[in-house]
Ligand binder design. Structure first.
Ligand code: NOJ
Length: 557
């Protein structure tokens, strides 16, 4: 392959790292992380091998949904810094070869947004039509509620407006109406603004809800929402080629595929793989990769330049909504049996290490899998050191605790009085005295150093993310084996979902003499038999990545 392709289509083998500025690093001692803090810690990301930083919402907000309730799409929350601080961060990131993307949250605004305040004030407001209003809620107003612990309807009566408004999420987040051309134009301006400032794309919040115009009273004559997504993508490409849109689309596979657009991929550049993630947890609960295999087999082909965003954890509840009730219960039983670990009846408010009993070998196996599966891995801050959750925090905040840098006060996150922190630091087995960046930098066996190695190898092996993935058949049910081929390159990976060691015999190459398999994560070289078969051992919860070397290949690393 032409290597520059991996630079042009950079998202296809990127390493995306998601962080919340508020909980990353506090430089002014007010207990809240800030943009200058991210700048100061940029080398942590660079050393890890991150190539794309996803900043969770940093806009002005009343903060009733962790910043996903925005009052100014063009602003920077003054508690986090200024536009100047953001440009400094973009400059530093660029110097380290890290692109930055922003969260685009335009399905709704905060009810404190000046547009909504004006809209609710009078029917004559120029912003009235920017939201979705009705005199009476529709009969299905209680269907599809996202936060059932707090809401019982998608429609809220507003005294001031004298009408009901649509809110797919909390009632303080009224939905914008993209059936309105002015709203669509404004969203383009927002995208144009941040692109011009230096963002390389957007993580698009709640895409299916954003496109849903069902709330509009007269849906006839509305543009096809997918046309709108296509327009948005074309606009972004015109303004800044090489930008990407990474969409949150938690739908069954065939439905997600539509959001990539046509064969050339003219809508979202990437979609998160929620289905693969959920099947992975079921596989982990069963110590059997069969469910993951089934997900990969049913995953639709993405467009040539599109990509799946793979992940183990994000900032929300670990949603298991696409599993059957029995399957979800199996995952609950294995990884979150207590009621206070579960949320909304569909997910877990835990991070991976406590779910796996802090078993380092097993954790390493899961991340090895993440970096070797076809797709672009997306990490949530703290995963690289194996942070745990704080079940004493409310709801989804359990997994949004401050980054743990050292054993010092507040885990080195802030010098503020612990009572003043934006979020309390995790305590106990996963507290900073046991889990922190400083200690893991020095420990060659740490999760952090394992992550660095995985990321280095992943970047050296674009076959993994660019190539065609084939699931390899063999006789050991606990081992997931796959190969990725791209042009002349072949990588084979083995992952053992069980605690017992296993031996597998696989076909990895065409017949021939002198073919070898070179381990990429440990030392070792194994001869491939002349018939293309190879016999490999894999430890309990072990993982191996191997490059297939054919005679004449100039593989020198
Ligand atoms: C999805 C985000 O991931 C979640 O954190 C947020 O609460 C909702 N969208 C509403 O914006």
């Amino acid at each position: 392959m032409r290597l520059t392709e991996t630079a042009d289509v950079w998202w296809k083998n990127a390493v995306v790292y998601c962080l919340d500025v508020e909980t990353f690093f506090d430089t002014d001692g007010d207990g809240r992380g800030d943009l200058q803090g991210v700048s100061q810690r940029i080398d942590h990301l660079a050393e890890l091998g991150v190539t794309c930083l996803w900043l969770m919402p940093f806009y002005p907000t009343p903060d009733r949904d962790d910043g996903y309730d925005i009052t100014d799409f063009y602003g920077v929350d003054p508690r986090l810094g200024s536009h100047g601080d953001l440009v400094e961060l973009l400059t530093l990131a660029q110097d380290r070869g890290i692109r930055v993307i922003a969260d685009l949250v335009v399905n709704h605004t905060s009810d404190q947004h000046p547009w909504f305040r004006s809209a609710r004030e009078s029917r004559q407001s120029p912003y009235r039509g920017w939201y979705v209003w009705r005199d009476e809620p529709p009969p299905d107003a209680d269907k599809g509620i996202v936060f059932p612990d707090q809401e019982d309807s998608l429609w809220q009566y507003d005294e001031e407006a004298g009408q009901y408004y649509l809110h797919r999420f909390y009632k303080h987040q009224p939905d914008l109406d993209i059936a309105n051309a002015e709203v669509r134009e404004e969203i383009e301006r927002v995208i144009g603004f941040w692109s011009q400032l230096g963002m390389s794309g957007f993580r698009v919040d709640a895409v299916p809800f954003l496109l849903d115009t069902a709330g509009a009273l007269d849906a006839s004559g509305l543009p096809d929402p997918h046309d709108y997504l296509r327009d948005l993508r074309a606009f972004l490409d015109r303004r800044r080629g090489q930008s990407m849109l990474l969409g949150e689309v938690n739908l069954p596979y065939p439905d997600v595929r539509r959001f990539f657009g046509d064969e050339d991929g003219d809508e979202l550049t990437m979609c998160f793989d929620f289905i693969g993630m959920q099947r992975l947890y079921l596989s982990l609960a069963r110590n059997d990769p069969a469910e993951l295999v089934q997900a990969l087999r049913s995953r639709p082909d993405r467009p040539e330049e599109g990509q799946w965003g793979t992940f183990v954890r994000n900032h929300d509840e670990l949603t298991l909504d696409k599993l059957s009730d029995e399957e979800r219960q199996e995952v609950f039983d294995a990884f979150g049996p207590a009621e206070n670990m579960q949320l909304y009846g569909r997910g877990l408010r835990r991070r991976l290490p406590p779910m796996l009993g802090n078993d380092l070998a097993r954790l390493k196996m899961v991340y090895s899998l993440l970096f070797s599966l076809p797709g672009t891995p997306v990490l949530f801050y703290g995963e690289e050191i194996g942070m745990g959750e704080n079940l004493a925090a409310e709801g989804r905040n359990a997994v949004r605790t401050p980054m743990q840098w050292t054993t010092g006060l507040n885990g080195g996150f802030s010098t503020a009085d612990p009572a003043e922190l934006a979020a309390p630091v995790t305590e106990g087995e996963f507290g900073p005295e046991h889990v922190n960046v400083a200690a893991q930098r020095r420990d060659p066996e740490s999760l952090l150093n394992w992550m660095r190695l995985l990321i280095r190898r992943y970047r050296e092996c674009p076959e993994l993310s660019w190539g065609e993935c084939t699931i390899l058949e063999h006789e050991s049910p606990s081992v997931f084996a796959h190969r990725s081929d791209h042009e002349d390159g072949t990588i084979v990976a083995l992952h053992n979902f069980a605690a017992e060691p296993a031996r597998v015999t696989l076909a990895v190459a065409g017949a021939g003499v002198g073919v070898q398999a070179v381990d990429l994560l440990h030392d070792g070289t194994t001869d491939v038999q002349e018939d293309g078969m190879i016999c490999l051992d894999v430890d309990g919860y072990g993982s191996r990545w191997l490059r297939i070397i054919r005679p004449g290949d100039r593989y020198i690393l």
